[in-house]
Write a protein that binds this ligand. Structure first.
Ligand SMILES: Cc1ncc(COP(=O)(O)O)c(C=O)c1O
Length: 439
């Protein structure tokens, strides 16, 4: 009898096909990446690195890993690559492990302003607990405030400055970060997880000339398997010729055991795909789609953080609908057939659990082959869905929130406008495969 898991996978596939995925960190892998992920490579243990493994029978996975490394080096033009990190969070920890001692100072963008947990978010994360974390923020224009970054760096003398973003709709200026890092003698780490695909295609400033170390996840705009890689630049190696070795040791034995060989092979496939002209067109379309979506949302009266986007991501400021409205908006969209995530906005007046923003992005819909006309349509659905639930305001008394949300969710599931949008969404998505071969 078929295991229930297969039935659940079928259901999940159906959900992904009939809905519109707007989470900016999600994407759809190619059939080739998918095939490699379920291959016999999962059967093999191979702790260590090519030519120096702790396990016999690693000759072929050595070749696979070396091929993945060669492709990624060529793709970015860097002298050193490690493709073994299990994912982005452990990869960032490995970089810190290689560059700092516990208690050293780490500087990153605040989580509530678009940074990532692993950029030193205080108290609850490893990066915030093992290092002396100091965090910079955004200016009034919702862009990184470089005068604050410089002031903080000069006061705190960080060992590592991280330039990276997870909910920041503008280009990261690595050149400015480099100048500040040089002024205080800090290492510059670029976490380009969100924008890798744009960087590869020349659609975002490249950190390669400026950063010492670069980290990227491989499952977002890179469109590969769930994993990560660490790159060391010429500049990084010039400063410390053992830097590559230090990163390798931080991964194993520092933080990990055996690499996930199927993932490594899938990274090699995704790297080859990212070298094609089709991928360049794909990355260009991601940005075009985001720009059109942003303008169409604004035309309907929605407020965007910073007034728009320069990358793949848009942050809608829902404060005009009420503080903490992100939860209701995200749920309404889900009922209407579109999934996104609630998010804090700069100077958030609500709580991180019930924030006032909605984060959306175009990498996934672009992979499905959607273009400008579909973005106009999606903007309209988003607006209608939000308007349909605007009467539902989060109560100020925290004790009433649970009951309010339960009532709201029950009613939203029956809301005629949301259900009508869902039908329209399902009509549209019938015309778009999950992975469009021409993107
Ligand atoms: C900028 C950035 N760094 C690191 C990570 C962590 O990656 P993972 O979820 O693979 O651990 C993310 C994930 O969202 C991210 O956006």
């Amino acid at each position: 009898m078929k295991d229930q898991i297969f039935k659940l996978i079928e259901k999940e596939e159906q959900r992904q096909k009939e809905m519109i995925g707007l989470i900016p960190s999600e994407n759809v892998v190619s059939p080739e990446v998918s095939q490699v992920l379920s291959s016999c490579l999962s059967n093999k243990y191979s702790e260590g690195y090519a030519g120096r493994r702790y396990y016999e029978g690693s000759q072929i996975v050595d070749e696979i890993e070396l091929l993945a490394i060669e492709r990624v080096k060529k793709l970015f033009g860097v002298p050193y690559v490690n493709v073994q990190p299990y994912s982005g969070s452990p990869a960032n920890m490995a970089i810190y492990f290689a560059l700092m001692e516990p208690g050293d100072t780490l500087m990153g963008l605040k989580l509530a302003m678009g940074g990532h947990l692993t950029h030193g978010h205080p108290k609850v994360t490893g990066s915030g607990r093992f290092y002396n974390s100091v965090q910079y923020g955004l200016g009034k224009d919702a862009r990184i405030d470089f005068s604050e970054v410089r002031k903080l760096a000069q006061e705190q003398k960080p060992k590592v400055i991280v330039a990276g973003n997870t909910a920041y709709p503008f280009e990261l200026d690595f050149k400015k970060f480099r100048e500040i890092a040089d002024e205080v003698g800090a290492w510059l780490v670029a976490d380009i997880s969100h924008v890798t695909g744009l960087v590869i295609a020349g659609e975002h400033m490249s950190p390669v000339p400026y950063a010492d170390v670069i980290m990227t996840t491989t499952h977002k705009t890179f469109r590969g398997p769930r994993g990560a890689m660490i790159l060391v630049t010429e500049r990084g190696l010039k400063r410390d010729q053992d830097l590559g070795q230090k990163i390798d040791s931080a991964i194993i034995p520092g933080l990990q055991g055996g690499p996930h060989n199927a993932t490594t092979a899938a990274i090699a496939i995704a790297a080859a795909q990212a070298m094609t002209p089709e991928f360049k067109k794909y990355a260009q379309q991601i940005k075009k789609n985001a720009a059109v979506l942003a303008e169409a949302l604004k035309a309907r009266g929605l407020t965007l953080v910073g007034g728009g986007t320069e990358n793949h991501l848009i942050l809608i400021d829902l404060t005009p609908y009420g503080v903490g409205f992100g939860t209701q908006a995200a749920f309404a969209l889900d009922v209407a057939g579109m999934y996104a995530n609630r998010n804090t906005i700069p100077d958030e007046k609500g709580s991180p659990f019930y924030p006032s923003g909605l984060r959306i992005g175009t990498p996934l819909v672009t992979t499905r082959g959607m273009k400008e006309p579909e973005m106009e349509q999606i903007a309209d659905w988003i607006y209608r869905a939000i308007e349909a639930v605007k009467e539902y305001q989060l109560p100020e008394d925290k004790k009433q929130v649970k009951a309010f949300l339960s009532k709201f969710r029950g009613e939203a599931l029956q809301n005629k406008t949301l259900l009508a949008i869902r039908e329209e969404v399902e009509e549209l998505t019938k015309n778009f495969k999950l992975f469009c071969e021409t993107t």
